[in-house]
Design a protein. Structure first.
Length: 682
């Protein structure tokens, strides 16, 4: 465009160059004096060059009357005015001497600085006035052109486009090519849909189909478009229908980058959801579970929350990081996280450990389903492989200056890794919960201290060739003090493996001390003589009755013996829930043939023992009543639920078997839970 034919004023995102090749005359005025700031080539060919900055009266010297009042009215009311078949000045004649006629419209425009103006669109109709049949056809075309170019002013644009009735591009859009990197051959017709994010295409197609069917005055939709410089960004697409009578002929629309606005709205929505949900939760586990549900699928496809129960040189004197996953969420069509998982990690390596010990956020990307070894705790690694994860963010959460929780948030499949602003939003969601978490973390810190004491009193299961032995201990979420639940396992001199599960009455320091005494006494009695489990429990009961008259406890003592025909379990129960035997094919039954009174009750009779042959590949589960007992239901219902859940996990790895049970069972939270499980060789 010639430099002298425009002034530098933006009109609601409208680019003057787009109007220059228009087949109609176009002029634009600005301000109350309606000073001319732009004319296109067609206007100059009709009326000659007019000096920019000249007032409206000079602009309209080619017409017979003064149109000042019409310009004022358009600016004042915003209503467009269309005048048809207006005669020009007598001196403005055709080459053969005929009088010339024009149709023009006046529409309001608003400049970027807020000043108003008028858009003049003019079409010469001299030749059409002589033929009645041509008048109607040209009038329709003329109206369509006028509406189309007025539409360019009605919509604010960064990218202007024209689509067919069905929705395909019918004209080149240079700005689309610059932003997306697509060529005209690639995006013409429906090819432009390939730049739309796959997750947004179905809803976009539904919305556009509905618009074509219902023809609203304005259609709007926000979706992601892949850009050359910044990957996927959110754009607002707005379009107006172009009608000829009652017939839709095309759409004129715009694209506007709204990524920053969308991020702000998303941030506000996510934080509001998290705040509202957490306000109704009391325990740490509930609060962290709610946050995980907010994170998925808003920011990630899977989210796990681990509590840090022991860091570095703890009370047990072992250099390790002990973590316990208490909340998790996964997206639709993805494997479920087992909500509960406990693991002890070495402090020497791993991104998860680095995030905790160095108090920093870690982002790792990798091929889908192939996370590096030692990246996260084992159960999270297994989930990422099964879900096809491609990245994970590990975020330590600090409450009161102490790292108390660690968040793992993973993306899967085609979803891109979390960006920096999303990681900041993840952090902000948990920082918002800081005050609420701090109030309940005082209880959690007491629990961590209690758990450390408990673990110092409990022995790690022995390594026995041919056997897998795994133990779990989970304190009551509502109790800050250590309880009396315990497990034990050791190997006698004759090669027999001893398995013990027990529960001393109470949830206080006294119960913990009693648990330690009983554990040590039972070990001594079992090692002293190679006798039936019932006889060992009878002697233990006499000791308790003699030395600790007010103390009561329940217990299961079992000898896992191996003979020529396979393994046998020689066991005895003292007021304790019976062990559960699960066969490899998923059948389950409780071993309740050797029931005896609970320990601490005066009893002079013999304690019974029983034997049962164990199937190859079977699983034995010993547990305390906190796993199955609920105040609102019969104890037998809890046992049935446990049997059903364990049977479904019959072939799962033993660690997963235990974690899944703790996740599946609706634990009441008023009692501790101890478990020890044994997997027999197949």
């Amino acid at each position: 465009m010639d430099g002298e034919q425009r002034l530098e004023h933006g009109v609601s995102g409208l680019t003057f160059e787009m109007l220059d090749p228009a087949p109609v005359g176009i002029a634009i005025t600005r301000g109350r004096e309606h000073r001319l700031i732009y004319t296109n080539r067609r206007y100059r060919s009709l009326f000659g060059n007019k000096p920019l900055g000249a007032p409206m009266r000079e602009l309209f010297t080619v017409f017979r009357r003064d149109y000042s009042d019409l310009f004022d009215k358009v600016v004042r009311t915003g209503e467009p005015i269309v005048l048809t078949d207006e005669p020009g000045d007598p001196t403005l004649k055709t080459p053969d001497g005929q009088e010339r006629f024009f149709t023009f419209s006046l529409s309001q425009v608003t400049f970027q600085d807020g000043v108003g103006g008028v858009l003049l669109v003019c079409v010469e109709v001299t030749d059409q006035l002589g033929a009645a049949k041509r008048i109607q056809a040209i009038a329709d075309e003329r109206s369509r052109i006028l509406r189309r170019y007025r539409s360019l002013v009605r919509v604010s644009a960064q990218m202007l486009w024209v689509n067919s009735v069905e929705g395909g591009f019918t004209e080149r859009v240079p700005e689309w090519e610059r932003v997306t990197g697509m060529t005209w051959e690639e995006y013409r017709g429906d090819g432009w849909l390939r730049a739309v994010h796959p997750d947004d295409r179905p809803e976009l197609v539904r919305s556009w189909t509905r618009a074509v069917r219902e023809v609203p005055e304005v259609w709007e939709h926000v979706y992601r478009i892949h850009t050359v410089e910044h990957g996927y960004r959110h754009f607002l697409s707005r379009a107006v229908p172009i009608m000829e009578g009652d017939r839709l002929v095309e759409w004129v629309g715009t694209y506007t980058d709204v990524e920053q606005r969308w991020r702000q709205q998303r941030r506000q929505r996510l934080l509001e959801r998290a705040g509202e949900a957490m306000a109704r939760r009391a325990s740490v586990e509930e609060m962290l579970g709610v946050l995980a549900d907010v994170i998925v699928p808003e920011l990630a496809d899977g989210c796990g929350v681990h509590l840090v129960t022991e860091l570095a040189e703890g009370l047990t004197g072992r250099s390790a990081l002990a973590v316990e996953r208490v909340a998790a969420a996964s997206g639709p069509d993805l494997p479920d996280f087992p909500r509960f998982s406990a693991q002890r990690l070495t402090l020497r390596k791993g991104a998860f450990v680095d995030a905790v010990t160095q108090s920093r956020v870690v982002l790792r990307t990798f091929p889908p389903g192939e996370p590096p070894d030692d990246l996260t705790p084992a159960s999270t690694q297994a989930w990422m492989r099964a879900a096809g994860a491609n990245s994970v963010v590990i975020l330590p959460v600090t409450v009161g200056g102490v790292i108390t929780a660690v968040i793992t948030a993973a993306t899967c499949g085609d979803r891109p890794p979390m960006q920096d602003y999303e990681i900041d939003l993840l952090r902000e969601a948990f920082e918002q919960a800081h005050d609420l978490l701090r109030n309940v973390m005082s209880l959690q810190r007491a629990r961590q201290f209690a758990v450390a004491i408990q673990h110092s009193l409990l022995a790690e299961p022995p390594r026995v060739p041919g056997l897998e032995i795994t133990a779990r201990y989970r304190p009551s979420p509502s109790a800050a003090e250590v309880g009396g639940d315990w497990y034990d396992s050791f190997v006698l001199g004759d090669g027999v493996t001893i398995l013990v599960i027990g529960d001393v009455a109470g949830h206080d320091l006294r119960a913990a001390v009693g648990m330690g005494r009983l554990r040590n006494m039972l070990r001594s009695l079992a090692i002293d003589r190679e006798e039936a489990p019932g006889e060992v429990l009878r002697r233990l009961n006499r000791v308790i009755d003699t030395l600790y008259g007010e103390e009561t406890a329940t217990c299961v003592l079992a000898r896992l013996e191996r003979g020529e025909d396979g393994h046998q379990l020689h066991y005895s129960l003292a007021g304790h829930p019976p062990p559960l035997l699960i066969t490899p094919d998923g059948a389950g039954r409780f071993l309740d043939s050797a029931a005896n009174p609970l320990l601490g009750i005066p009893y002079d009779g013999e304690f019974d023992s029983a034997r049962v042959a164990l199937p190859p590949g079977g699983t034995l589960l010993f547990y305390t009543d906190g796993l199955v007992e609920r105040e609102d239901e019969d104890f037998g219902d809890g046992l049935a639920r446990l049997c059903d859940s364990a049977a479904r996990r019959a072939r799962a790895p033993l660690d997963e078997f235990c974690d899944r049970l703790l996740s599946d069972m609706p634990i009441s939270g008023v009692d501790d839970v101890a478990m020890i499980a044994v997997r027999l060789p197949g």
